[in-house]
Design a protein around this ligand. Structure first.
Ligand code: GDP
Length: 432
């Protein structure tokens, strides 16, 4: 269960806020001078999501150095927490003690939500804008006592929490689903035939598996794979079946049903519009992708240099796709297919822990901040990975990002964490 730590000076209203978050009048002890409270965890829930709130309480009241005391408190909190709520008093504004704590929190790379409490009315809310100076972005103004703004705050907490862990499946998973796609005559049937020799044995060994009759179970690289919607490929000899429209629907269906797509291109011909459409289908469906340049046996050395440049240009939008030069006819590099599929699938299912992601992000935006536009530069507050297959990220920002900067973040994200063979999605959630 994810942990949310509530950090702040005494009397900013931490206990009241915790009460508000857990939604019931639990006997949360108020800050009482002279009383040292332990860190107390409470169960909380919002929109069906359960989490633990830790009230970091007070500290030794006779501590000589208050700033050091709160820094120590913040330190403990961030070590154990997934998200930190840093609470300040909207009526007081930020103090030296607050600033000392912020320094600590920022170094931790944990998502920090700035809460300006005691904003019981709009005029106090206005004053809270001065809290931007803390460098934690826009404060969430709330009145823990009256409940003002607490819904928005809870939404922000949920958004910042790491995703609930996937339910662990004990049963071995079935064969991975692969779509073998490409325009007519690129060699799909030929490639399938290379694997089909072992098909009978595979089907027998996976007894009890129900495979859609339009799919084929084949062995590639000693591993069983489910090639989706290959019925047409097996029956057909030579002639393309159906209209192009029908074929394209079928391709879309196969991609949708698959986890990873092998897009076959004909190396002896330029990349066509139809090839590009198929490549786009895979990207838009968010599937892992291996591009197989088939008929490589027809490419002579002279053409290779030119071809590489042409290919880079044509595929500049999908530099992450894994490329293979193979020949269904001679069998060249066909053994590279299974490792490529496995690599693409692993990327597709990669999950980066929130702390690691934010550590990296903090360093990135420090080194290369968003350019200033019209006197303002939106800041990225923190990021979470919202899902896998493909990896999806949400960036929480103080405003919309430039398309160019967003592409820069994606490129850097790939440089850091790989994702070879998989698309990744980044969405930006600016604070209102
Ligand atoms: P499909 O329409 O994508 O299933 O393509 P086919 O498998 O029917 O192949 C179309 C044509 O390309 C056939 O004449 C194949 O023999 C030929 N072909 C397929 N793969 C290769 C290859 O790697 N090299 C060469 N030279 N020809 C190939």
């Amino acid at each position: 269960q994810p942990v949310v730590a509530v950090v702040g000076r005494p009397n900013v209203g931490k206990s009241t806020l915790v009460n508000r978050i857990i939604g019931r009048r639990q006997a949360v002890v108020e800050d009482v001078p002279g009383v040292t409270r332990d860190r107390v965890p409470y169960d909380a829930q919002w929109n069906g999501r359960a989490f633990t709130v830790v009230d970091t309480g007070g500290w030794e009241p006779d501590a000589k150095d208050r700033a050091a005391a709160i820094a120590a408190q913040a330190e403990t909190a961030v070590v154990t927490a997934d998200v930190v709520l840093f609470v300040v008093d909207a009526m007081v504004g930020s103090t030296d003690v607050d600033e000392a704590a912020v320094k600590m929190l920022r170094r931790s790379a944990k998502p920090v939500i700035l809460v300006a409490n005691k904003a019981d009315n709009t005029s106090i809310e206005m004053e809270a804008t001065s809290l931007w100076s803390l460098g934690l972005g826009e404060p969430f103004t709330v009145s823990a006592l009256h409940g003002r703004g607490s819904g928005d705050l809870l939404d922000a907490i949920l958004a910042a929490l790491p995703e609930a862990p996937a339910i662990v499946e004990n049963r071995p998973r079935g064969p991975r689903r692969v779509a073998l796609v490409g325009r007519p005559n690129v060699g799909k049937s030929s490639l399938l035939n290379r694997f089909s020799g072992e098909e009978r044995a595979v089907v027998d060994s996976v007894a009890g598996t129900t495979v859609d009759p339009v799919d084929s179970l084949v062995s590639i690289g000693g591993q069983t794979w489910q090639l989706v919607d290959t019925a047409g490929l097996r029956k057909r000899v030579g002639k393309a079946s159906g209209t192009e429209y029908y074929a394209s629907l079928r391709t879309a269906g196969a991609i949708e049903a698959a986890e990873v797509a092998v897009v076959l291109l004909d190396s002896s011909e330029p990349i066509s519009e139809q090839d590009q459409r198929i490549l786009s289908m895979v990207t838009e469906a968010g599937r892992a992708m291996v591009i197989a340049f088939n008929k490589w046996d027809l490419v002579d050395a002279d053409r290779r240099y030119y071809l590489d440049k042409e290919i880079d240009r044509e595929l500049r939008r999908i530099p992450w796709a894994i490329r293979l030069n193979l020949s269904a006819m001679t069998g060249r590099a066909v053994d590279k297919l299974a490792p490529a599929l496995n690599k693409a699938l692993a990327s597709w299912e990669t999950r980066v822990p929130t702390a690691q992601l934010n550590q990296w992000l903090t360093a990135l935006v420090q080194a290369t901040p968003h350019p200033v536009r019209g006197g303002r530069a939106p800041r990225i507050l923190f990021a979470t990975q919202a899902g896998v297959a493909p990896p999806r990220f949400v960036l929480f920002t103080t405003g919309p990002l430039d398309a160019g900067y967003q592409r820069f973040v994606e490129r850097k994200l790939r440089e850091e964490f790989g994702y070879e063979g998989s698309p990744i999605e980044i969405s930006v959630r600016p604070r209102k």
